[in-house]
Write a protein that binds this ligand. Structure first.
Ligand code: NAD
Ligand code: UFG
Length: 342
């Protein structure tokens, strides 16, 4: 069965392609490589023994988006990862984020409708909850005003999808990710941040490898266990596996309603200092870090209520924080070896 994975050479997409292939699906990747490398296609091939079909297209262009469906006439479902995702960058270039993320979705849905493709899994984010009034966050928790243009593209995309499902025969599962970290256990694929990383874990591993001098912790005066913000970190392989489960649920017609939302997290909140402690433990290194002011727009704490996903989707995150940090470190070491050879 052929599945189109947009953004399939990216961080979460590439891990999902591996899981899909290992579950027996045939994958077509559509990606314009704006935030990833073509070499990921070969890396996926080395892990699974199957090189996925790769189409280099910009989905924000309607003609290029449609060309994928014209060429591959038997696509059964789409998993849509392709998007720009840097929160700070989106504040500086809002139009680029709305253009890329919203046009891509509209083009994709138009082509799906034109070519009779009726199933889509969508990458949403816990960012749609903002700082929730009560924790843990359930799927029924109200969404808040977005804190960035990026966050707003996720909210708008959810609304577009829900309206489109209501209007016709489309079926959709929106997955709201908490904080994906870590890498594949083979260390052949992982996150490839361009320039200085915004996110905590790549910043930690780049500091440890010597690419950055020191990690700055944004605030230690929050009302949390140790004053640093708390997040629900989830291993990217657990996250990838949830996509296969969601896809199967749709294809086997097991949805309760054609528009569904699931939180994807572990249900555990860890502070920045706990993440650093875990890293120091698994790497047997001391990390150079210091405290600085809060980062604007950061929320204090958030973690998922996982009951609905566990019960209804029949999926549970299994990998713990140490495994997440170990795999992230192995990936950084592998990248370092690769850079030395080049
Ligand atoms: P990523 O940047 O590694 O992957 C996204 C991929 O989409 C990249 O390969 C990029 O080249 C591609 N892309 C972007 N615009 C495109 C376009 N117009 N046409 C074709 N390809 C395009 O990001 P990721 O971390 O793998 O995130 C995947 C999805 O999950 C995104 O939608 C992101 O917003 C969402 N998400 C990510 C996180 C996170 O922390 N990583 C959290 C919540 C939600
Ligand atoms: N942090 C630091 N120093 C750094 C980087 C991060 O102290 O150099 C802290 C942040 O203040 C925050 C925590 O580490 O408390 C996690 O920060 P990340 O940037 O890794 O993650 P966020 O929770 O801020 O946001 C991420 C993605 C968003 C997404 C959200 C929910 O960047 O796109 O997870 O999925 F919406």
């Amino acid at each position: 069965m052929k599945i189109l994975v947009t953004g399939g050479t990216g961080y979460i997409g590439s891990h999902t392609v591996v899981e899909l292939q290992q579950a027996g699906y045939e994958v077509i990747i559509a990606d314009n490589l704006i935030n990833s490398e073509a070499s990921v296609v070969d890396a996926i091939g080395r892990i699974t023994g199957i090189i996925p079909v790769f189409e280099e297209v910009d989905l924000a262009d309607p003609g290029q988006a449609d060309s994928v469906f014209q060429k591959h006439t038997d696509i059964k479902a789409v998993i849509h990862f392709a998007a720009l995702k840097a929160v700070g960058d989106s504040v500086e270039r809002p139009l680029e984020y709305y253009r890329n993320n919203i046009f891509s979705l509209i083009n994709l849905l138009s082509s799906m409708s034109r070519h009779g493709v009726k199933h889509i899994v969508f990458s949403s984010s816990c960012t749609v909850y903002g700082q929730p009034d009560t924790l843990p966050v359930k799927e029924s928790t109200a969404r808040k005003d977005a804190e960035s243009p990026y966050g707003n593209t996720k909210k708008i995309a959810e609304d577009i999808l829900e309206d489109e499902v209501r209007a016709g025969s489309l079926r959709c599962i929106a997955l709201r990710y908490f904080n994906p970290i870590g890498a594949h256990p083979t260390a052949m694929i992982g996150e490839l941040p361009l320039g200085v990383p915004d996110n905590l874990v790549p910043y930690i591993t780049q500091t440890a490898i010597g690419k950055r001098e020191r990690l700055m912790i944004f605030g230690n005066d929050y009302e949390t266990k140790d004053g640093t913000p708390v997040r629900d970190y989830i291993h990217v392989v657990d996250l990838a596996q949830a996509h296969v489960v969601a896809l199967k649920r749709m294809l086997e017609d097991k949805q309760i309603s054609p528009w569904e939302i699931f939180n994807l997290g572990t249900g555990n909140g860890f502070s920045v200092l706990e993440v650093i402690n875990s890293f120091e433990k698994v790497s047997d290194m001391k990390l150079n870090y210091a405290f600085t002011d809060r980062r604007q727009g950061d929320i204090e704490k958030v973690w998922a209520d996982t009951e609905y996903a566990n019960q209804e989707l029949g999926w549970k995150a299994e990998r713990d924080l140490d495994e997440m940090m170990r795999s992230a470190w192995d990936w950084e070491l592998a990248l370092n070896d690769r850079n030395k050879k080049n």
